[in-house]
Every structure is written in structure tokens, then in C-alpha cells.
Design a protein around this ligand. Sequence first.
Ligand code: C5P
Length: 226
Amino acid sequence: PTPRPLAGRRVLITAGPTHEAIDPVRYIANRSSGKQGFAIAAAAQAAGADVRLIAGPVELSDPKGVRVTHVESARQMLDAVEAELPADVAIFAAAVADWRVANEGDQKLKKTDTAIPPLTLVENPDILATISNLKERRPGLVIGFAAETEHLIDNAKAKFARKGCDWIVANDVSPATGVMGGDRNTVHLLTKDTEGVHVASWPIMTKDEVATALVAEIARTIGPAA
Ligand code: C5P
């Protein structure tokens, strides 16, 4: 194997949570450290890829040699992803908030004795589904994540149908696993062909090892640019 198996390939990765503003000082968000996505960016860079990382708010430093765009909200994340196309591979590791606040305040909401402010939510764009369903400029290999606390494989299989991606990395994030914010991860790689869905269950590894294994699998599948 070549030391730079993804040379000449552009790899786009989303990572971290999104923050959806309620007002200038408050937001709703998903729980996500961004560690797994950042590890994948570093591994793809080490494999010689031209890596574009779109990161929500995280407390991690930018991986060396990776072009990073920092965003806050899901809509900003989608815009930033579209701005980095075309790409050979797109990996959606971000924990995107499914909803944003419809009535975002431009001033801080005041606490009063009388009323608790109601929050009306509207749906955010599904970035993975949007990119998977592009007619033009769809990346050749689109990979989604399925973080579940129960019925992991069944939920991940259902996600294939809903999202239109090529692979799904399914991981158990139930609190007992310590995956959330931790350094280790147990993942299952779901792929599909004409015979159906295939599940490869990997042993528990560090997030860096998961990243290296995933990048190796990608390199085996697409190889370096011609
Ligand atoms: O539907 P669910 O959030 O479980 O799907 C997870 C996958 O979809 C992840 O790959 C995540 O990055 C992606 N996703 C997205 N945009 C959303 C919601 C999820 O890209 N609005």
C-alpha cells in the first residue's frame, strides 16, 4: 500500500454540534465533542487527502494541514459544505440540531414574573440527505453516522433508506458506553450492494484508531486520484 493512498482526493468532513440561537445569549444544541470527526480529518490528511473540515462549536484545535471552516448553526454548516464541493468523499460526523428556534430574539429575552417565553421550533435542513440527493456534484462516496442509544443496527439500516448515503458508521452512544466526550468508540460499518446491507462490527478502539480504520477502508474503495 502507498503511504499516501488518498493523494489527490478531496475529502469533506462535518464535525461537532451545531448551536441554534434562541437569542443573543442562549442556544439549543446537541451533545458532541467533535473528537471523532476531527480524528477522521487528521487521518485523511495523513493519507494525503485534501481535507476540508466544517466544524461546529468545539473545544479542539484545528488539525494540522486541514482547511477548517468554523460555523455555528445547521444552516451555516450546509452553506459551508456546499461551498467546498466538489469532493470525492463526504463524511458527515456532525451532530446537527434537528430543529432551530423559529422566533429567534434579536435581544436577550427577559425573565418576568408572568410568562415563560414559548419556543417554536422549525426543522433544520438535513445536510447528509441534501448532499446524498444532489443530482450534480454529488460526492462519489457519501458516508453518514448513526449515533443511537438503542436498536443500533435496525435504526442505522432505516437511515440508509431515509438519507440516500453509501455507507453508515453506526455507533452506540448510550450513556454507559462513555462514547460521548470520551476517547473510545465501538462502531459498525454498514455498506450495501445489490445483495443488500452488510454490517462489519469493529472491536472497541480509540477514536483515532476508528478514524485510521475508516480512512483505510475509504482508500481501499476509491484509491488515489488517477
Ligand atoms: O437523522 P440523524 O440525525 O440520526 O442522522 C445522523 C446523520 O445525519 C449523521 O451523519 C449527521 O451528521 C447527519 N445529519 C445531517 N444534518 C441534519 C441531521 C443529521 O447532516 N440536520
